[in-house]
Design a protein around this ligand. Structure first.
Ligand code: SF4
Length: 65
């Protein structure tokens, strides 16, 4: 486990929780590319950037938008 690299929004995020039907790839891949990768991954995630701005993040939005 690399807790320091887990996105701080993971517990609220439909993608991380695997509750987002627009994610077509295996969830472990998505988590490894974005959520568990530290700032490098998070900053590529459009959901993360919205969370950081304090804006509403639609449940069906993917890391790509
Ligand atoms: S990196 Fe993106 S998809 Fe992953 S938990 Fe954070 S906001 Fe959700």
């Amino acid at each position: 486990m690399h807790l320091g690299k887990l996105c701080k929004y993971a517990k609220d995020c439909s993608v991380y929780k695997n509750e987002n039907n627009n994610i077509k790839k295996p969830i472990f891949l998505v988590r490894n590319v974005f959520c568990n990768r530290g700032p490098k991954g998070w900053n590529n995630c459009k959901r993360f950037l919205l969370y950081e701005k304090g804006e509403d993040v639609p449940d069906n939005m993917t890391p790509q938008g």
